[in-house]
Each structure stands twice: as C-alpha cells, then as structure tokens.
Design a binder for this molecule. Structure first.
Ligand SMILES: Cc1ncc(COP(=O)(O)O)c(C=O)c1O
Length: 389
C-alpha cells in the first residue's frame, strides 16, 4: 500500500535553495555558540525607514487589517503607476499593475501566467537560484545564456539570439543582477528588446536592485518594448522591507490579469499592513530617496573595500556595478565551490553561498549588505585561512 506521506513528484523535484542551506548551517553553528559571520543572505542590514514603519503602525491602529482587493489597494497601485512613470519611464495604468507577496510571488504568478510545459526561458547565467526552480514548476525549462567573469558577466545579445529555438517563449533579465552584480547597459537592453519583438518573445525583467548602482546607468528594458515586457520589482531591497513581503509588477493588462487570477486562488492579496507601509514609501518619496541614497553610498563603500581586499588576498573578484553581491573565484581554496564554501564556513567561520545553484562553478557569492567592521573581520579570517593552506 502506498504511504499517505508519499510526496508529490513536484515536491521531490524541487531543489531547496543553497542560499537557505548555507544560512541554516551558519545559524546552527551560531546557535551552538560559534561566532559565524554570514555573508550568505541577500538582505539589507538597514532597518525599514521610520516613515514607512510609522505608516505600517498607523494602518494597524486604524484597523486596516482586512483582506484587500486581489491586485492590491487602489492607492498603492496608483502610487506604483506614478513611480513607474517617474523613475522608469514606463506607462502602466493602475489596472496594469499588481501588488504581490514579495517580488517572488510576482515572478511565480508571471511564470504561471505565461509558460506552458516544454516552453524555454532564456536566462543569463550565473542566475538567481530561484529562477530555474520556479520555471521548472510550470513544466517549462530555464536555458542558461552564459556570461563570464572576464567580461564582467555582461550579456552578449548575439549569444542569446543563437539560443532562441521554436520553443523559446521568454527572456528573463535581472539587472542589476543577483549574484553577479552586473548591470546591462542601454544598448544591450535595446538589442534584447529588438530580439523579443522580432521573435515574439516576452521579456520578464526583475528590477529588484534598480537603485543599487555605483556609477553605471540603470535603464528599464520596458521602455524599448513595452508591449513585450513585464517589469517586476518590490519593496524588499530598495526600502529595506524584506519582512513586509511587498512586491509588484506592471505590464500588458492581459498578463497582469492572468497573474491576478493565480493570486486570487493562492494568497488572495499581499499583506494589508505591508501595502499601507509601502504606500508611504512611494508617497513620501523624497524621504525615501534620502534613505536609498544613504544605503547606496554605504553599499558602494563596502563593495570597493571588499573587492579590493579579496583581490589582494589572491581571490579573483570582478568589480560588480550594482546590487550587493560579489562573485569570488575560490579555486585557490578548493576547485569545487561546494567544498570551498564548506572550508570557508568551517575553518574561517564565514558563511558564503557556493556558486553551484547559480551555474557559477569555482565561485562563491558574498553579500556585502553587512557592516564595514564585519567585512574587515571577514578579510582577516580569510587571510588567516589562506595562510594556513
Ligand atoms: C533577484 C531577486 N529577485 C527577487 C527577489 C525576491 O524578493 P522578495 O523578498 O521581494 O520576494 C530576490 C531576493 O533575494 C532577488 O535576489
């Protein structure tokens, strides 16, 4: 007789994120009293800005704690529509905007709204770990478009075009990118937009890190092919609101409406309190911009410090132009990145993420969303580790 606890084929096929695996191991060590520094998780170390917190508290006190419309409260969709216009040059009316439980759910809804089993999605690699797994849940497959550290992980549109087949349905971009920090310049985005138009592809662009650029020009690809583009974004990284779970998307109405149908049968709506807090982030945008600029400068300084330090130690690390991650070549520590990450955790007490699930062999990802003191200590520990080997 079959056990009632036999897990579904989908559940069994799902790979747990290696980011989570490393973080759990680091937490275990910490719990055991070991002083581990975690550069594993991609989360701002800043607190949510006070004006946003205050709006969340006010929403609770005013009893705004009920279900909202599936696609979010109208004021927030209106504010997001204006934000798209003001900051990205995108024209999405409020009914072409949807609010979700984090950027992750926007992506989930988008993949389910757009993909059929057997479809292919072109994804520049190294890519964020969740993309191929989410895409696989729909029965579609992520096809990596390789980018390399020697070219600063830049996307080559010709390479992308060569990978288009009759089954290609979409291109998924993430610029500034996790884990590479690469920012794709306007001319590359323009070429990808042309390809999408020529081959009838959808572009899904994840712009979660749009504000975190250190000199490079960040442009929304939706400007070049509005009818082909779904733009996904969220409050998590920009406003240090990871726990509030607010994401959003804007794009063709038919796609947004299908995403809303999926949401209506899953989570119903994003947290009402989170939505009111996010509304303050958009409405009081001068104050929010001051916070973003403060955070951006801090990340910039940390990036420069960490990249210079790692290269000095003989761990080759390209200078990323955005987000808050660096990719480091750890073959000097061990040719296999999983083993290298284990050695770094066990012997240097620093948690990093092996590049394995990012399609980045021989490399690990370090997040610099942590204090300069911690980064200094990380370099000190790595120096000692290298001296011992
Ligand atoms: C590239 C990318 N997209 C989306 C997300 C998800 O963001 P959220 O916390 O809003 O679900 C993350 C979070 O790590 C990310 O790195």
């Amino acid at each position: 007789m079959q056990s009632p606890f036999t897990l579904s084929a989908r559940a069994r096929s799902l790979k747990p994120s290696s980011t989570v695996a490393v973080t759990s191991r680091a937490l275990e060590l910490r719990h055991a009293g070991v002083d581990v520094i975690s550069l594993g998780v991609g989360e701002p170390d800043f607190d949510t800005p006070p004006h946003i917190k205050a709006a969340g508290i006010a929403a609770i006190e005013a009893g705004r704690t009920k279900y909202t419309g599936v696609n979010g409260i109208p004021e927030l969709r209106e504010a997001i529509s204006q934000k798209f216009e003001r900051e990205n040059g995108l024209h999405h009316a409020p009914d072409a905007v949807t609010v979700t439980s984090g950027g992750k759910q926007a992506l989930f809804n988008a993949f389910f709204a757009l993909l059929n089993p057997g479809d292919e999605v072109l994804v520049p690699s190294p890519y964020w770990v969740s993309y191929p797994e989410m895409i696989a849940l729909t029965g579609a497959v992520a096809v990596p478009v390789p980018t390399v550290p020697e070219e600063g992980f830049q996307l080559d549109p010709e390479r992308l075009e060569r990978l288009i087949t009759p089954r290609t349905r979409a291109v998924l971009l993430n610029s500034p990118g996790n884990p590479t920090g690469a920012v794709f310049p306007p001319e590359v985005l323009q070429r990808v937009a042309e390809l999408a138009q020529r081959h009838g592809l959808m572009i899904i662009t994840d712009e979660m890190y749009e504000h975190l650029v250190y000199g490079a020009e960040q442009v929304s690809i939706g400007r070049y092919a509005p009818e082909h583009t779904l733009t996904v974004n969220g409050a998590s990284k920009a406003y240090a609101m990871t726990g509030w779970r607010i994401g959003y998307a804007g794009g063709p109405k038919a796609v947004i409406s299908a995403m809303n149908s999926f949401q209506s049968q899953s989570t119903s709506n994003a947290s009402s309190v989170g939505q009111y807090a996010a509304l303050a982030a958009f409405q009081q945008h001068q104050e929010t911009l001051r916070f973003i600029e403060m955070a951006r400068r801090a990340y910039h300084e940390r990036r420069d410090f960490l990249v210079a330090g790692l290269n000095r130690l003989g761990l080759p690390t390209p200078l990323p132009e955005g987000a808050f991650y660096v990719m480091t070549d750890t073959t000097r520590i061990h040719p296999d990145e999983l083993e290298a990450a284990r050695i770094i955790l066990d012997d240097a007490l620093v948690a990093v993420v092996p590049g394995t699930d990012f399609a980045a062999p021989g490399q690990v990802r370090l997040s610099y969303a942590t204090s300069m003191d911690q980064l200094q200590e990380v370099l000190r520990r790595l120096e000692q580790l290298l001296a011992r080997r």
